[in-house]
Design a protein around this ligand. Sequence first.
Ligand SMILES: [Fe+2]
Length: 507
Amino acid sequence: SRSSIPSWLQGTLLRNGPGLFSVGSSEYNHWFDGMSLIHSFTFTDGEVTYRSKFLKSDTYKRNTQADRIVVSEFGTMIYPDPCKNIFSRAFTHLCNVIPDFTDNNLINIIRYGQDYYASSEVNYMNQIDPTTLETVGRINYRNHIALNLATAHPHYDSEGNTYNMGTAIMGLGRPKYVIFKVPADASDKEQKKPALRKVQQVCSIPFRSTLFPSYYHSFGMTDNYIVFVEQPFKLDIVRLATAYFRGVNWGSCLKFDKDDITLFHVVNRKTGKAVSTRFYGDALVVFHHINAYEDDGHLVFDLITYKDSHLYDMFYIQNMRQETSKFTESNKTFSPPICKRFVLPLNVNKESSKGSNLVTLTDTTARAVMQDNGSVYCQPDTLFEGLELPGINYKFNTKKYRYFYGSRVEWSPHPNKIAKIDIVTRKHIEWRQDSCYPSEPVFVASPGAVEEDDGVILSSVISPDPNISPFMLVLDAKNFKEIARASIPASVHMDLHGLFIPAASGH
Ligand SMILES: [Fe+2]
């Protein structure tokens, strides 16, 4: 590595993503099915150390032992072993309604208390040692809180508490979305007991439709509120329960209803009470929230939205193997990711005049119009087009902010640029290099930073060109100028999300 990496940058960037797409002679169909490979970039006194290890999930162990894929993933359904009784197995699944999901937790790294977990979106997580990357063991949310699904994108407050959201589908009382909190001090000293044992329910939101709960990948949080977007991109529970029977993968159990509306739920996270106003908007698909905050009696939240649910199709392995030009041609119908700002007025009362825009903020064109029936129809302000994997200076999470970072998406499954968006000027700057694929950019603030963009951007860069070895890129977050790059003498995989863990003070 080079010595020009700032010496104040001390800590470990821990990242997760799919890293193995075949076992023996069997192959996964979809990129989101690949087995989790955890990797880390440890910054110490201007040096970078790279490590990687496969997550030793039950799924990994079972597949490896069988030398073929034996556990179903999102886009790959493995049929029951013909030697076993297919009907009794299917019957078991129907009784349980929800199948036993894979614990191949390939999406993100989550901290609960002082425990770190590889996480996907199901009831299982795998705890990892953030230093050695060894898998500590599997944990089931359901042993602590009644959930079938939970997001891989929690929020953390300034005290270190973790907030997350999950779905309780059936067999667990009334179906609902549940927001929960794990206190910062939930881990015991010897770390023998999981932090989740101290989980507290913050609030719950009933399903709009019992058999069609919304799929969601993240949610928003402000100082006082949780924002949940109940999008018309839904999970078909009956199809999910009978997927084995029908021979369909779980990915096909998601359905986008373009003629439906999107509901915006706002819940006070201190009292657990929902804001009674019914806020809604046009149909959209969202995976990532960027940030949310309160501003002068309004709730402002920014999302990366799509017109439809085709994004998932782009990541079938057969699509990803296509040449970029061919891929571009065959995927012209995919809708691009659009960053949109929604603004909900928090002080709506019955006297508010019908048909009028209730948004009084002057820095946005987002509207919220009172309808005759008392509900409020919200129309967004478009902030930017063509960006995914958003990140911010996390000190500004839940606060009014100006900048976000992300991967530029221009009709390729391999994002080839990273960018910084200025919400005030609506301008953006980029970093790119020929034949290079930078990972999701992660912001790390300079010591004592006051300005929001005083810090660095970290991104691991890979290339299909054998002459370009993978490297860790360090950019000045203010101007996106390269500060340093550290070459990594190992093969690095394209990943999804991660977490920067600052080194303990005194190191
Ligand atoms: Fe994500």
